[in-house]
Design a binder for this molecule. Sequence first.
Ligand code: ADP
Ligand code: MG
Length: 655
Amino acid sequence: MTIPGETVDSHCVVELRKVGKTYGSEPAVHALVDVDLALKSGEWISITGPSGAGKSTLLNVLGCLDRATSGTYLLDGIDTAELSDGQRAGLRSQRIGFVFQSFHLLPYRTVLENVMLGEVYRKQTARHREARARAAIERVGLGHRIGFLPSKLSGGEQQRVAIARALVGSPSILLCDEPTGNLDSRTSANLLDLFKKLNDEGLTLIVVTHDENVANRASRRVHIIDGKLTDITATDAKLLPAPSPPPKTSGAKVARSGISIRDLLNESLAGMFARPGRTMLTVMGVVIGLTALVATLGLSRTAGNRIVSQFDQVAATELFVTARPGAAGIVAPNAIPWDAPERLRRLNGVVAVGNMSEVDARDALVSASPVVDPSRQTAFKISVYAASPGLFRAVRANLAAGRVPDAGHSERADRVAVLGPDAARRLGINGLQQLPAIHIGDQLYLVIGVLRDVARKPELLSSVIIPEGTARQDFKLGGPGTVVIETKVGAAYLIASQTRAALRPDAPRTLKIEVPQEPRRLRDEVQSDVNIMFLLLGALSLIVGAIGIANITLVSVMERTGEIGLRRAIGATRRHIAEQFLLESGTMGVIGGILGASLGVMIVIAVSAYEVWTPVLDPWAPFLAPVIGGGIGLLAGAYPAMRAAYLEPVEAFRK
Ligand code: ADP
Ligand code: MG
């Protein structure tokens, strides 16, 4: 086949002038020595020679897979020495077809897909690719095998697929390295008939062979020994034509090879799903790691949320203000002003506030009046507290019976009392129907209420509580002992910072304020011990997963050297190869991340359902997991991808 718009007959497709190729330096191997060769469009040339003579080297130079160390190589009049690697890859994909002794078909792709592969590194040819591939398959006589996998084909048929793949991009020359080497003689003969047909259609053929029968079918034969080329055709054809025109095309006009994102993704996915079982096992490490991470983070959030909500009920909303002992260690009785509740109630965020002071009853015993059961002990040592009216709300007191004293009781210094449930039991007071009263020392107090419980200050449960005003009068109470404040959720710290200024702007240091432990810190403390273990476990399995991906990718690079060589031959640059392997390992990581995130979330939900908790998830965790997985995949794939990219196609084919 020829490039449209170019004349067929006079045009030299290939022109080698004094081309040399030397490997290494000591000792230098001269694989090609001053090779001159000119090939007209439509010629069929065979190259023979003993092993090690330089045939493959010549073919690699002709195929732009390898650069000559000296001389000039013009392909379609283009000086290949001037070209960049991308442009040389472009030449391979657009003007050169390769056929190898071992067909290098991708085993997990159908005939059609294998042939379509011939054009993936020609970005601009995505349209009608399938139609062209079908036409190429018809051309080699395999129309009835289009959907077959290579393993279902005979050797001759496989080689025809390889030829169709080389032809699909309409190359200027077809380079064949021992194309019949793996075929029996009858199949070889058939293949030679195909070559004849293609050559008759105008295709330029270069065939390296050991087989005399194959060599003789060519229109021209050259022989190579120790890198030196001789024409042995009994014609007057000259190796080098008379002065040829200077190179007409500069490198700038050669399109670089390229692959569309879609094709690259396709190739990577196909590479992974070629061995789905192995891919899944490889992904497992990442799955386990990210499952552990997502589940640990989710469960700790869930458990933490539970701790916080219980804790919030009381502790996060309470403040206690007391007087700090002075220099002599004595607490000034009037450190806290009597009107502390009135002052603090004005602060935004205060729910309830009240004074609570232990009354120094001077060893006065408490007894019920009238005595309920004279046979038992009747007088007890029971502590007495004075409460301002707001205290009962501030400690979240619940009443079992009766009522709590109001501001009027306190102002009038009424002799009334409220009993804690334990105190009531000791005094034998069960209800208020009989208007019970108690003596504190000599004074008689009417019991107007009995508590059931309190949420804070549990000492009240076993005490007698009298109004603050009454305590000031009867017991000479010097000042409030403690101010109990209940705040709105989240307001405790703000109010704590304002309390000193509100109560003692003159001497703020005399007050001591107990704030709740910061809930987040408490939660973190609870969680950190458990978490650190699981996070370590997760990180460890991520590392194991990364090593797994790196290992499998490396193994698969080694296994797929043939494929890599083939891809290079059909136009891939090193970068394209690296990108494909990176994409494969990255995709494995992303899949691992998605699976890990889903499993982790499921674990959190399952455990929450079992424990009857509300599941709490960091919203970013499930979304970040695939990103982390992808990153790990890319990282793990970096080295194998580099190895793949730097694999010489020549080496790849030598295997
Ligand atoms: P053929 O294909 O005719 O059997 P080759 O072209 O493969 O021979 O090799 C020609 C010569 O170049 C041989 O002597 C071979 O050992 C040498 N050679 C080929 N490739 C390399 C290389 N990468 N490094 C060093 N020597 C090489
Ligand atoms: Mg060889």
